[in-house]
Write a protein that binds this ligand. Structure first.
Ligand code: NA7
Length: 865
């Protein structure tokens, strides 16, 4: 049986809160909850406090977040007490710090060491958890908190023959407490993640021979370790509270200035300078933030990746070894980058050898060494630096059985599902500290741990005050958070890598991005909003009776939310407060700040005859050989704004995705030319384009019309006019968030009338400029009110947070009811404008891919007579 740190006390039968783990999380939890008057017992398998820093005692083990920031901030007195000796402290120093914390707050008396919690069962009748230790002792607790760490379950080396080896074997994550002496020995290190990269230079100092077995070359930057950063120390001395608060509201959990320099657009000298500055800083967030777009744009990412490869090639003398050490199979940052001290230079030492497992795979481990590609290499010791079953491993390794008898392991068989990374449905009163779908391993853990502990403590306090004793996330809230967390990952390059972030390092583990990548700041805001909104998404119960404010805390796509935040922060005047000329100038100026869209084969300008005057058009031709399908395109802008080149990024994107020639036609605008001038121009343009298809290098049998917003309105009306006039033959229509009706009473007008760029007020302004009240019901203004049979197949895209959503959906449904083939695409989490923000709103790309694929499939179908 485990004993409490104070010595003899037996495990208590009943506590308010049981905490698993006595590392950074467990220690602060214990302290905080005890201060609040809860009875708490903590359990740890280790014989003392420290968590990660208790187990990872391998030579060279250090933190990779500067110690100025990798420490508790909850007590200014504790900060005054402790002085770090280095920028990146060694494992013994961090362990000493945590021991000091345990002493300072007298924590050990409530920690049972050498005690593993093997199983936990929820008892609904008593609304308590029953925990069982590996020694079969039982503890009953109201709340059960897994503070068991993200990287605390080492992955067993999964290499053929591993059990046969007779020499010394070490696992970096379970290093012996006694000093290991490699002097004069032949040593193998398997694995080149952070642990391998930290221990290899240290082992090379002692060993007679060192052979490093590398499966994946890793990006690493010099830590430039030494004294703690004078500039960070000065900032802390000047305003400790301000510094800590800035860390709490930063992207990664350390105060940092975010850049808006794009790695795609910046000139070479700027790129180089920014990179060199980050390289010199020797901080992970610096090298991960050289460019604003390196995490999402492969081109920007490759700029940084190649500059790091240059550094590697410059450090390593043997070109073949240098080449093997250069990472080429994953974007930079998608596997955790390392900070090192002399790692690459170690391979210049005569007794150090790199075995690149891609060139020389391990056949088997033998009794005396490792056989690789026909060569038998003998070793006195093998060090496995092969990583962890990260994030979910430590949680599901306990046999946790929830309210419906399902185990956590089974619930998460396809990947973890959590609410805020803090709780999971079906497991009431169970909290996780830095669980999956929280920023955790992507952030400064110290900051994330404090935020989680504080949130849990506030929650328990509130429940106590409100006479409640049961809490569980609702399925709706949990599904919403899982989706949001996934949405955040999907706009990054992370899913491209076989990383432990993706669960890819453990055979059979589901491939799911595990941490939350939306940022510490965004995450903290979400947690705060949940608390402020009556613990939204959490079902509470107890003597005071049940209560639940169900809902989804984040529904807007993460990059769309960033755009909305930016727009709100600019405090721009409402467009409807301007006259048409000012509104046009304003909208053009805004468009000029957007990325231009992908390159196409050719862009040419021309004019075509219109009913009143010539109409300007801009033609986008794919790089491929023709004849191409042809799309007549009408821009958005509420019939008031825009021109033939206003939607250029979207037109280029459509051109590239469909392989069609896009002819974007200008038309007469209101208020100078009111309804039906724009319709007349649009129809005339389509007639001209159809007649001239061949001379435009296109296939006359593959003509589509397309438009966005008011342009979607014109495209829809044009199809009705062409049908009624008996031509031209239009093979399909693409309506992107179209205006189809002037009904302001639809729910989407009420739900999304404000705050999503296109407002209800602006839409009224557009209509007022365009058409008289009496004209608005005419099918040429409101195609939804027209006859819909016999129209070309349609792709109709609506956006969830658009006032026009419901009229777009209504049009799609009415078309389908009239027998028109329809592909209806509902863009979840998007706004009226976000789908056209090519290369700025990444989450729009899959929607545009789907619409282009649907349009192409209609275009390629045999033309309808
Ligand atoms: P990591 O980062 O998971 O690194 C493990 C390394 O071991 C990595 O290079 C793996 O290659 C390699 N590995 C794993 N299994 C094998 C087998 N079977 N054969 C050969 N090589 C293998 O763990 P660390 O302990 O270094 O770091 C974990 C985190 O701790 C770190 O990110 C910091 O946050 C602190 P692979 O890349 O899978 O090809």
């Amino acid at each position: 049986m485990g004993r409490s740190g104070s010595g003899s006390a037996a495990i208590p039968a009943e506590v308010d809160v049981a905490v698993i783990g006595a590392g950074f999380s467990g220690l602060y939890l214990l302290h905080k909850l005890r201060e609040l008057g809860f009875s708490v017992a903590a359990f740890d398998e280790a014989s003392d406090v420290g968590g990660t820093w208790y187990w990872n005692r391998y030579p060279g083990a250090r933190c990779d977040i500067p110690t100025t920031d990798y420490a508790y901030s909850f007590d200014p007195e504790l900060e005054k007490d402790w002085t770090w000796s280095e920028k990146y402290a060694t494992q013994p120093e961090i362990l000493a710090y945590l021991q000091h914390v345990a002493d300072r707050y007298d924590l050990r008396r409530d920690i049972w060491f050498g005690t593993r919690i093997a199983a936990a069962v929820w008892d609904e009748a008593s609304r308590r958890w029953r925990l069982r230790t590996s020694e079969d002792d039982e503890v009953s607790c109201r709340y059960y908190v897994m503070a068991s760490g993200c990287l605390s379950l080492p992955k067993k080396p999964d290499i053929e023959g591993v059990g046969r080896y007779r020499g010394e074997v070490y696992l970096t994550g379970m290093w012996p407490h006694e000093r290991v002496d490699f002097s004069g020995k032949r040593v193998a290190v398997v694995g080149t993640g952070s642990s391998g990269i930290q221990c290899i230079p240290e082992i090379a100092r002692e060993a007679a021979q060192l052979t490093v077995f590398q499966r994946t070359a890793n990006f690493s930057a010099p830590a430039h370790n030494g004294a703690p950063s004078p500039s960070r120390l000065a900032q802390l001395a000047a305003d400790r509270d301000g510094y800590r608060e800035a860390a709490r509201w930063s992207r990664g959990g350390m105060p940092a200035e975010l850049t808006d320099v794009s790695g795609v657009i910046a000139p070479d000298d700027v790129r180089r300078q920014r990179f060199e500055d980050a390289w010199q800083a020797g901080e992970l967030f610096a090298i991960l933030g050289v460019f604003s777009d390196q995490g999402i744009n492969p081109v920007a990412n490759e700029v940084v990746a190649e500059m790091i490869r240059e550094k590697i090639r410059a450090s390593v003398t043997d070109p073949e070894t240098a080449d093997s050490l250069c990472p080429k199979d994953h974007p930079f940052g998608t596997k955790r980058p390392c900070l090192d001290t002399g790692y690459f230079e170690t391979f210049n030492l005569p007794h150090v050898r790199l075995v690149d497992l891609h060139r020389m795979p391990i056949a088997t481990i033998t009794e005396t060494g490792i056989d690789a590609a026909g060569e038998s290499i003998e070793f006195d010791a093998i060090v496995f630096a092969t990583g962890f079953d990260a994030m979910t491993g430590p949680l599901v390794s306990v046999d946790i059985s929830g309210a419906d008898g399902v185990t956590l392991k089974d619930k998460w068989a396809q990947g973890p599902t959590t609410y805020l990374g803090l709780m999971t449905t079906g497991f009431p009163n169970l909290f996780m500290i830095t669980g999956p779908q929280s920023p955790s391993v992507l952030s400064n853990m110290a900051v994330s741990i404090e935020q989680h502990v504080d949130w849990v403590a506030d929650c328990l306090l509130r429940m106590r005050a409100d006479n409640l004793d049961r809490i569980e996330p609702t399925p709706l809230a949990e599904a919403g958070w899982v989706r949001h967390s996934q949405d955040c990952a999907d706009i990054t390059l992370h899913p491209r890598a076989d990383s432990w972030y993706m669960g890819a390092n453990v055979p059979g583990k589901p491939r799911v991005f595990l941490p939350y990548i939306g940022g510490v700041d965004a995450y903290r805001r979400a947690c705060q909003e949940v608390a402020e909104n009556g613990l939204m998404g959490l079902r509470l119960d107890g003597p005071a009776g049940p209560r639940c404010n169900d809902g989804v805390i984040r529904r807007v796509q993460p990059d769309v939310a960033m755009v909305l935040d930016l727009v709100a922060s600019l405090g721009l005047p409402a467009m409807e407060s301007m006259d048409a000329a000012d509104a046009r100038a304003f909208s053009e100026a805004t468009a000029a700040t957007m990325p231009p869209g992908p390159a196409v084969g050719e862009i040419t300008d021309g004019t075509l005859p219109g009913p009143a005057a010539d109409l300007a058009y801009r033609l986008y031709r794919p790089a491929s050989a023709g004849p191409h399908p042809l799309i007549a395109y009408f821009h958005g802008g509420g019939w008031v704004l825009g021109s033939q080149h206003a939607d250029e990024p979207f037109c280029r994107d459509l051109c590239v995705r469909t392989g069609a020639v896009i002819v974007s036609v200008n038309y007469r605008h209101a208020p100078e030319d009111r309804f039906p001038a724009a319709v007349d121009d649009a129809f005339a343009a389509v007639q001209w384009i159809a007649v001239n298809a061949a001379s435009l290098g296109c296939d006359p049998g593959q003509l589509a019309v397309a438009g966005w917003s008011a342009g979607g309105n014109l495209a829809a009306v044009t199809c009705q006019l062409a049908r009624d006039a008996g031509g031209p033959v239009i093979t399909s229509q693409l309506l992107l968030t179209p205006v189809t009706d002037g009904d302001f009473g639809r729910p989407s007008y009420i739900e999304n009338g404000e705050g999503f760029i296109l407002t209800a007020a602006l839409m009224r302004w557009f209509w007022d400029h365009y058409a008289d009240e009496a004209e608005r019901a005419h099918p040429k203004a409101a195609p939804l009110r027209g006859t819909l049979t016999g129209l070309p197949p349609a792709v109709v895209v609506s956006a969830e947070f658009d006032p026009l959503r419901d009229e777009g959906d209504a049009y799609a449904e009415a078309l389908a009811a009239a027998g028109v083939p329809v592909r209806q695409i509902r863009a979840r989490g998007h706004t009226h404008t976000s789908l056209t923000m090519v290369d700025a709103v990444i989450s729009g790309a899959p929607v545009r891919a789907e619409m282009a694929e649907a349009l192409s499939s209609f275009l390629q179908a045999p033309a309808r007579a």
